[in-house]
Design a binder for this molecule. Structure first.
Ligand code: GDP
Length: 464
């Protein structure tokens, strides 16, 4: 078993969200969890004699003072979340009570847990692999239905078991090649090179499709990226506010851990939409002009859907030119919705744009008077969510996994090349071992020094 310096400590933390609530849960995990908690628990049965996985009513008493009436549960190693002995105290959710209980535990010898330390211990004790542990973090932070679903699948270990299958098959080959080395004088070939070649191609195909799924996975986890672009003063910020104020939309401003800018998001039908660089939209138009078109194009290149806004009274030629620029930047496959704004200012309100923009999606709105917004949202959902619901596809949502997959792909290229150039067995086996290690990096089976682990788990909240 891998050891962290203070792996033997008994840790404690408030595991419910910070602040006041109806109830709060304080968790203890480690060898002394039961003995520490037992000192302060008064109930019909002592904590030591309480059946495991059961809950009972108790008084939490410190130096003759009843701090709260609580429900206490006991879990026994290895059948607990962390794989260690655990106690959970559900108290009333006053911030004072929560902290008091925590203090009492610390005074009795427990240590306050670091962020993610409970899950880290679960990983260390073999309760889950690394990719599953990471899924716990994703699950906790999932803000929409799809993100929840993806995290749930990963937590169940589908991603890991897929990789594990590939790893085992590749491992078999290494063993055969390494066996050949033992018989080097006899010039035998146990590992069928053709089969190895085919297996590598198969793994590579899988790896590339998983890497590619990151774009989709990311859209689900962090929101479907939407760019709102157009000339200054066409009404972008007015539209943004309209969209965010839709009553069925949940509006939030979140500073995500992987994002350095604050972006607006809204959830419609369980899908989260993230508007890229909304700060840019809100800046004064002067500033947008000075930063110029480059900024807009950069935004477009990150989008899954582009809304191009123009003044309904405008001539169609510059709109077509702008559309072409966007297509060049974003790629033909990224849908662009043309939005003719300020239709309230048109003399002939029934101006038919379709005739000017053959085959394009054109929607007429008045952001100011709230006309056409519903139709626009429908189009946004239709384009933005296309392909997201593919049930069979396993999605990668984690940048660490994408990096590992990239290493695997590069390794496979080297092995394939080596096979073509009849690389000697020992070198071949070295390259294969590297790929095996990269696969194991994802599930955390091999090289996971403390600093790497610490980095992964620090993004968790305390108490998880
Ligand atoms: P941005 O520079 O593209 O973000 O444009 P703004 O949203 O700041 O809008 C520029 C001006 O156009 C403001 O005075 C808005 O009130 C006005 N505006 C926006 N949408 C409409 C609309 O649908 N109809 C009319 N008449 N005015 C609008």
């Amino acid at each position: 078993m891998r050891h962290l310096a203070d792996f033997d400590d008994t840790i404690c933390a408030i595991s419910t969200a910070p602040g006041e609530g109806a109830i709060a849960i304080i968790r203890l995990s480690g060898q002394k969890a039961v003995s520490i908690a037992a000192e302060f628990i008064q109930s019909k049965k002592t904590l030591e004699s309480l059946e495991v996985n059961h809950q009972q009513f108790a008084r939490f008493v410190y130096q003759d003072e009843t701090i709260d009436e609580v429900m206490v549960s006991r879990f026994q190693a290895p059948k607990s979340y962390t794989g260690e002995d655990m106690v959970e105290v559900a108290c009333h959710g006053s911030v004072y009570i929560q902290h008091r209980i925590l203090q009492v535990f610390v005074g009795a010898g427990a240590r306050v847990a670091r962020p993610g330390e409970f899950t880290q211990r679960a990983f260390m004790n073999g309760k889950m692999d690394l990719s599953q542990a990471e899924a716990v973090a994703d699950l906790i932070s999932s803000r929409n239905r799809m993100a929840h679903k993806v995290a749930m699948r990963q937590m169940k270990g589908e991603f890991s078991s897929k990789l594990e299958q590939l790893r085992t098959r590749l491992m078999d080959f290494t063993s055969l090649i390494e066996l050949e080395l033992d018989f080097s004088e006899e010039d035998v070939e146990f590992a069928d090179r053709k089969q190895l070649f085919d297996l590598l191609a198969e793994i590579d195909k899988e790896v590339l499709s998983l890497s590619k799924s990151f774009e989709l996975g990311n859209a689900i986890k962090n929101g479907i990226p939407v760019a709102i672009v157009g000339e200054p003063n066409v009404g972008k910020s007015t539209l943004l506010n309209r969209l965010l104020n839709e009553d069925r939309a949940i509006v939030s401003e979140i500073a995500g851990t992987t994002r350095d800018v604050i972006e607006d998001t809204m959830v419609i039908d369980g899908y989260e939409f993230r508007f890229i660089d909304t700060a840019g939209i809100r800046e004064s138009t002067d500033e947008i002009e000075t930063k110029g078109i480059a900024l807009t194009l950069q935004k477009v290149s990150r989008a899954r859907v582009v809304l191009y806004l123009f003044d309904a009274r405008a001539d169609e030629t510059p709109v077509k030119e702008a559309l072409q620029k966007i297509r060049n930047e974003a790629g033909e496959e990224v849908p662009v919705i043309l939005v003719a704004n300020k239709v309230d200012l048109l003399e002939h309100a029934d101006k038919n744009y379709e005739q000017y923009f053959d085959g394009e999606d054109v929607i007429s709105i008045s952001a100011l008077e709230e006309r056409g917004i519903e139709v626009l949202i429908q189009k946004l959902v239709e384009h933005g969510t296309r392909g997201l619901e593919n049930e069979d596809q396993l999605l990668v949502t984690n940048i660490r996994h994408v990096e590992a997959l990239q290493h695997i792909h590069e390794g496979i290229e080297r092995i394939t090349e080596g096979l073509e150039n009849q690389l000697p067995g020992d070198l071949l086996s070295f390259e294969i071992r590297q790929v095996l290690d990269h696969i194991a990096d994802i599930t955390g089976q091999t090289i996971t020094p403390d600093d790497v682990l610490g980095h992964i788990f620090k993004n968790f909240c305390i108490g998880k």
